[in-house]
Design a binder for this molecule. Structure first.
Ligand code: NAP
Length: 323
């Protein structure tokens, strides 16, 4: 049997579908898409309503809801600074969230489940573009190794559930994501929201220059979160295999190009300086996306359109933005 052909077929739109983390960047995009696609029984709980580190509460919730589809988009997520400052929190909380949700889903024999990981699971020196089979072939980047180990545990749990219980659960590994709903906190944000915030502030303060860390030469890949949501639905509908699936655009850009796109979109006309005394990080991080592309999914947002969309959301939602 070709394992990548979905044995169970496209999702039933009347299935009870639990999106864990439905208020986050990815979860809110999934909620928008699933609503638009006519899924009539969507369930979500904020962390205040259901703390996923509370094992008993998670088991009770699953027993009551009886979900038929689960997407695990809840996690403790952060940039390099947060990951390197609080490695214990990133390891412990993510292991607890995942283990509780996946164990409760096993207990209810939830037929369809998608686990979301991250491209940081791959070895620091993985060959570029990074193929799925490079997982566990070398040492991890130290700044987020705790988070990566938690995510790798999630992938292995999904694979183990497939073997032990025969449930067609799957895992997806997104590249860097951005878009409406992003985290703009100076200590928790990723690079793109940090740049948007910095250039927007420079515009408002009439600053004559903006200084970014490093040389601007590292290459990074970015995917609009609405494309990520369509990829998740596509994989649930059409993919069935034990290996995690990379999700990205397959194209990368230098940080200098990205900063310049942000400056233009924000309307900032000052100069950009690069503080080369600060570290650059890995020179390139690009996913090999041939598996998902071969299965028939393609992203639709260009980076410049996506950045403009995010800036528009950022400016219109100042009161609800996470800082
Ligand atoms: N953002 C990226 O660039 C990126 C890239 C690759 C992979 N991913 C993956 O995508 C997934 C979602 O990331 P994201 O960017 O959407 O993160 P996010 O915006 O920070 O959202 C995470 C969500 O998780 C929920 N959560 C956290 N701790 C919880 C707890 N103890 N109990 C219940 N809910 C909890 C939060 O709920 P509340 O809002 O209710 O507190 C939040 O809505 C993660 O697995 C992440 O690794 C993200």
């Amino acid at each position: 049997m070709d394992e990548t052909v979905c044995r169970v077929g496209p999702l039933d739109r009347s299935a009870t579908t639990y999106i864990a983390g439905h208020r986050g960047l990815v979860g809110s995009a999934l909620w928008r898409l699933f609503e638009k696609e006519g899924f009539s029984r969507l369930a979500g709980r904020s962390s205040a309503e259901l703390d996923l580190t509370d094992r008993a509460a998670v088991f009770d919730f699953f027993e009551e809801l009886q979900p038929e589809v689960v997407i695990l988009a809840a996690a403790k997520v952060g940039g390099i600074l947060a990951n390197s400052t609080y490695p214990v929190d990133f390891l412990s909380q993510n292991l607890q969230i995942q283990t509780n949700v996946l164990d409760a889903a096993v207990a209810q024999r939830v037929p369809r489940l998608l686990f979301l990981g991250s491209s940081c699971i791959y070895p620091k020196h993985a060959e570029q573009p990074i193929r799925e089979d490079s997982l566990l072939t070398g040492p991890l980047e130290q700044t987020n190794d705790a988070y990566a180990i938690a995510k790798i545990t999630g992938i292995l749990t999904v694979q183990a559930v497939r073997r032990q219980y025969g449930l067609p659960w799957i895992s997806a590994m997104p590249t860097n994501l951005y878009g409406p709903g992003d985290n703009f906190s100076p200590t928790g944000s990723h690079v793109l929201p940090a740049l948007i915030q910095r250039y927007d502030q420079a515009l408002r303060n009439k600053a004559d220059h903006v200084t970014n860390w490093g040389t601007g030469t590292p290459r990074r890949e970015f995917l609009h979160v609405d494309d990520m949501a369509t990829a998740c639905l596509h994989l649930l509908n059409y993919f069935d295999g034990p290996q995690q699936v990379n999700v990205g655009t397959g194209e990368d850009h230098t940080l200098s190009e990205i900063a310049s796109l942000v400056a233009t979109s924000v309307g900032y006309t000052g100069t950009t300086r690069w503080d080369t005394s600060k570290p650059d990080g890995t020179p390139q991080k690009l996913l090999d996306v041939s598996t998902i592309r071969a299965s028939g999914w393609i992203p639709t947002w260009s980076l410049s359109e996506g950045i403009s969309d995010t800036i528009e959301w950022y400016r219109a939602n100042q009161s609800v933005i996470r800082r």
